[in-house]
Every structure is written in C-alpha cells, then in structure tokens.
Design a protein around this ligand. Structure first.
Ligand SMILES: NC(=O)c1ccc[n+]([C@@H]2O[C@H](COP(=O)([O-])OP(=O)(O)OC[C@H]3O[C@@H](n4cnc5c(N)ncnc54)[C@H](OP(=O)(O)O)[C@@H]3O)[C@@H](O)[C@H]2O)c1
Length: 338
C-alpha cells in the first residue's frame, strides 16, 4: 500500500461540520480485517445528511463519510476474502460510526462485505448502491406479502430520486403496472422512460385528505394501490395507507418529507393493510447476497445507466446539499479516484 490516500474528510468546529478533500496516511484507517482499494462510492440521502452534519449519525470527527463502496481487496486477514477480490459494501453504519467510502481506501470487517456478483461491473454496482439495494429489499418484502403483477397498480413515491428510480425500473421490468409520484413535472418523461405507466403529481397525495389539522381525519378513501414503495413518509404515507387495496402492503423505506406518521388504525383493521419496515443497513448476509443476485439479473442495465451520473469526489459537498433539497435525479456514482 502507498503511504497516503485521498479522502473527503469531515471536521467539526464550533458545532459546524466542514468537508474537504485531504490526503490521509494509511495508518489512520480504522481497525478491520480487510483493506480495500475503493473504485466508486455513491450519493444517498443519508450521505447528504452526514456531510451536512445532520442527524447526529457521526460520533467522532475527523470522519470519512460515504455509506457504500465497491473496490478490490488489497489485504485480508479473513479466509473469506483474498487480495484481488472485488467486493461491495453497503450499510453496517459504515460512513456513520465507521470510516466510509468517500476515500481511495477503507479498512472494514470481512463480515460486512458482499462479493461483487459475476456479470455486474463495479460502476453499475454503485449505480445501484444503498438506494438500489433498498429498492430490491422493498420489492422482496412486498412479494413475500403476496404482491404479484396481476394484483394491480404499484405506487412508488419520490420516484425521481435514487431509491425511487431503481424501484420504478425494477417493478416495471417484473411486469408491474407502476405509478410514479413526483414533485418534478420536468422529469415525467424520464420516469416514463424507466417504465412508469402512470405519473402522479405529488400534490395529489399531499396535503393529505386524510388529515385534519395534522391529525387523522377521514380514515379510508377509495381503494387504489395493490402495493407501494414509499421513500417519502410523513403525510404522503398517511394518504397511501388510506387508499391501499384490501390485504395490500406498503414497503416503508424513506422519510424524504418527514419521519412522523399520523394515521387512523382503521385501514389496518378493516382492510388488512400492512406496513413493512425496510432496513437495509443490517440486512443479514444470505438475504443480502440474494438481493444483489436478483438486482444483477432483474434490473434492466440500460435503464440503470440512463438514471446514473458520475461525479468526482470533490463534488460531494455540493451534491450532498442538493440531494437534501430533492434536486438530484436518479443515482450519482462518486469516482473517488477522479
Ligand atoms: N430504509 C433504508 O434502509 C433506506 C436505504 C436508503 C434510503 N433510505 C431513505 O429513502 C429515502 C430516499 O433516499 P434516496 O437516497 O433515494 O434520496 P433522493 O435521491 O433524494 O430521493 C428522495 C426523493 O423524494 C422526493 N422528495 C424530496 N423531498 C420531498 C418532500 N419534501 N416531499 C415529498 N417528496 C420529496 C424527491 O422525488 P421527486 O422529485 O420525484 O418527488 C426526491 O428525489 C430517504 O429518506 C432515505 O433516507 C432508506
């Protein structure tokens, strides 16, 4: 290994977090049994929060953020990996309490790594990244609760974002009738191109007709959705709960509009609606590997390429602010060596 590597470093001063690209000595890497030369990381909503010092997810500064990466094993004290192996990391609080992927090098636990599936390039692995992996976990949870393409329309909220874009493409490729909710009219064509059959303006869901002064009001609306992948939360989720079909499920995976939920229990008791919590970070290894295998086989790679932009490490601070404002379209791969 060379003595230094480049990383995006967060430092805290007077309660404010500042990000800058710096050279760090290899000796500064945290403990772990596998050292990885990173090729790419990505931009996720959580990265936006961490780089901007929000959410109190980072315990100690200076800190190297980046909640996912793909790279090549350089050194391994674990029999599970050897130098030259290509590996993916998402979750396990890497980039939060452990140094992460916005760097040319990382040292992590072998138990956190997934071998790069055959047939998936490193850049596409990170085009999928945490957001796309979570989209697949959401689809898997919905299917396990009975969703199938003939059940009816499936709604994806926050559809032009990273998780939402992968969810739209994935569902459409499986033959689902996908409805995509977005606040960006200029991206309707983009969403249709990914496979959305119907586009909803997010204003159709919020303000929620099922809230009165922020409290649950009328509990039920007309049944519409056979399933939903909700990346937005808040009042959007209130509307979804009240308009789901009998025995249908919502994969609750995001909070882009808020983390509070005010809703009546009646849709659960009178229509058998399910809320399925999705947590990608601690997803156990067999399911993790299964999700990556399915993504490799089932996600249309041409659609993935269309939703993906590549940016250099130095652009992360700017992009981290933009993603919090809902201004980033699809997925952004971060080239840590550019
Ligand atoms: N559970 C997990 O394990 C897990 C894993 C990954 C991500 N997540 C969560 O999933 C969410 C999406 O992540 P991401 O990385 O895909 O972020 P993203 O690219 O920023 O996507 C979020 C999308 O939500 C919509 N949105 C933003 N602000 C909104 C608002 N105030 N009201 C309604 N819609 C709004 C926008 O889509 P439109 O412009 O199309 O409306 C935006 O593109 C985040 O909350 C993230 O924390 C959870």
């Amino acid at each position: 290994m060379t003595a230094d590597f480049t990383a995006l470093v967060l430092e805290e001063e007077g309660g404010k977090v500042r990000a800058s690209v710096k050279a760090l000595p290899v000796a500064s890497l945290p403990e772990g049994d596998v050292s990885v030369a990173i090729a790419y990381s990505t931009l996720n909503y959580k990265d936006g929060m961490i780089v901007n010092g929000l959410g109190r997810m980072v315990r100690n500064y200076p800190h190297v953020p980046g909640i996912d990466f793909v790279g090549t094993v350089e050194e391994s004290a674990s029999p599970a990996f050897k130098p030259g192996d290509k590996v993916i990391l998402t979750g396990w609080r890497v980039g939060e309490i452990h140094w992460g992927g916005y760097a040319q090098k990382a040292r992590v636990k072998a138990a956190w790594l997934v071998p790069l599936p055959a047939g998936l390039t490193p850049v596409r692995a990170m085009a999928i990244g945490t957001a796309g992996f979570t989209a697949m976990l959401s689809l898997m949870a919905l299917e396990e609760h009975g969703l199938h393409p003939s059940a009816g329309e499936v709604l994806v909220t926050g559809a032009s974002g990273g998780l939402g874009s992968v969810a739209v493409a994935l569902l459409a490729a499986q033959g689902y009738a996908v409805a995509a909710s977005t606040g960006r009219p200029e991206l309707h064509g983009y969403l249709r191109d990914l496979g959305a059959a119907t586009i909803l303006d997010r204003a159709e869901l919020v303000p929620s007709p099922f809230l009165e002064d922020g409290k649950p009001g009328q509990p039920l609306g007309s049944e519409r959705w056979a399933g939903a992948i909700d990346t937005v939360g808040g009042a959007t989720l209130t509307t979804l709960i009240a308009t789901m079909k009998y025995w249908s499920s919502i994969a609750v995976c995001g909070l882009a509009s808020g983390s509070e939920l005010h809703a009546s229990l009646l849709p659960f008791l009178l229509r058998g609606v399910n809320l399925l919590g999705i947590e990608s970070g601690t997803c156990q290894m067999p399911r993790r590997a299964q999700a990556w295998e399915r993504l490799t086989k089932e996600l249309p790679m041409a659609a993935l390429d269309r939703m993906t932009a590549i940016a250099p490490l130095r652009d992360v601070p700017k992009l981290a602010s933009e993603i919090l404002l809902g201004r980033v379209r699809g997925r952004t791969v971060i080239d840590v060596n550019a």
